[in-house]
Design a protein around this ligand. Structure first.
Ligand SMILES: C[S@@+](CC[C@H](N)C(=O)[O-])C[C@H]1O[C@@H](n2cnc3c(N)ncnc32)[C@H](O)[C@@H]1O
Ligand SMILES: Nc1nc2[nH]cc(C(=O)O)c2c(=O)[nH]1
Ligand code: SF4
Ligand SMILES: [Mg+2]
Length: 240
């Protein structure tokens, strides 16, 4: 059976971001990313710092670990990374989770397509704004969004915003795919801050700034503004 590189499995917790924010869920985080975002809050998945934590796991072993952690206290699983879309072999896990009547969410940046995207219930595509130092390939993204919107699945776009330039980028993405539910998310500039109270205050100020930007923009009448709820609650800790 094909193995999946897993760096952490945690939960049950709540989905802290995007289209199903608040949903109780288990998380599976895969290792490896084709991007290197300047502000990545999960850089341990790709920078080698947690290399020793990567386990090559079968779908069944992943499921067993989730059951061990969560028992019967979950029916939703979120797959994140790194970029889980690099892994063709995730199909086996997705099939197994379906057999167990799990609802499945997945987080990816929209750089790589997989046919198993069609089987994800809550799919978040999160293209990266200029502050990340990454370049969006809009030809790839156009094809992806065309396929996904022709299909009945539950898909959304989520752009993290750190500054005015990112906001312009977010507007552009929303205008390009106007029928896709669109979320802007507060960027966390202080991913190494250990003082939760100070972090919360800063993030709430940034949320207020972002809400104001949306309120002032006639291009952003149909978007939703969200914080990272898990960061407000638990700071920069891993595994929550
Ligand atoms: C860690 S990524 C993993 C999945 C995939 N690579 C992606 O970027 O969509 C999950 C989500 O966290 C967001 N994210 C990463 N670092 C962040 C930060 N410092 N502040 C706010 N959101 C962040 C990403 O934009 C993405 O939407
Ligand atoms: N609670 C919680 N919600 C999340 N939503 C997206 C996350 C991610 O890192 O992909 C994440 C995470 O790490 N924790
Ligand atoms: S695409 Fe996602 S995991 Fe990869 S570097 Fe960017 S935020 Fe991090
Ligand atoms: Mg995260």
């Amino acid at each position: 059976m094909e193995r999946i590189p897993v760096i952490e499995i945690f939960g049950p917790t709540i989905q802290g971001e995007g289209m199903v924010i608040g949903q109780k869920t288990m998380f599976v985080r895969t290792a490896g990313c084709d991007y290197r975002c300047r502000w990545c809050d999960s850089s341990f998945t790709w920078d080698g710092s947690a290399k020793h934590e990567i386990k090559q796991m079968t779908a069944e072993a992943i499921w067993q670990q989730m059951k061990q952690l969560g028992g019967d206290r979950f029916n939703h699983v979120t797959i994140s990374g790194g970029n889980p879309a690099l892994l063709k072999g995730l199909r086996a896990l997705i099939s197994l989770l379906k057999e167990h009547n799990m609802r499945i969410g997945l987080e990816t940046q929209g750089s790589v397509w997989q046919d198993w995207f069609y089987d994800i219930d809550d799919l978040t595509i999160s293209p990266k704004p200029p502050s990340s130092n990454m370049e969006t390939n809009f030809a790839t993204l156009d094809t992806m969004m065309e396929r996904l919107t022709a299909h009945r699945g539950h898909v959304s776009l989520k752009v993290v915003v750190f500054d005015d330039e990112d906001f312009v980028y977010a507007q552009h993405v929303h205008e390009r795919y106007p029928t896709v539910p669109f979320y802007v998310q507060v960027g966390n500039d202080d991913i190494h801050e250990a003082d939760d109270v100070a972090l919360r205050l800063k993030l709430l100020q940034k949320l207020e700034w972002l809400v104001d930007k949306v309120v002032q923009s006639k291009e952003m009448n149909n978007v939703r503004v969200l914080p990272q709820l898990h960061t407000l609650l638990w700071g920069n800790r891993r595994g929550v």
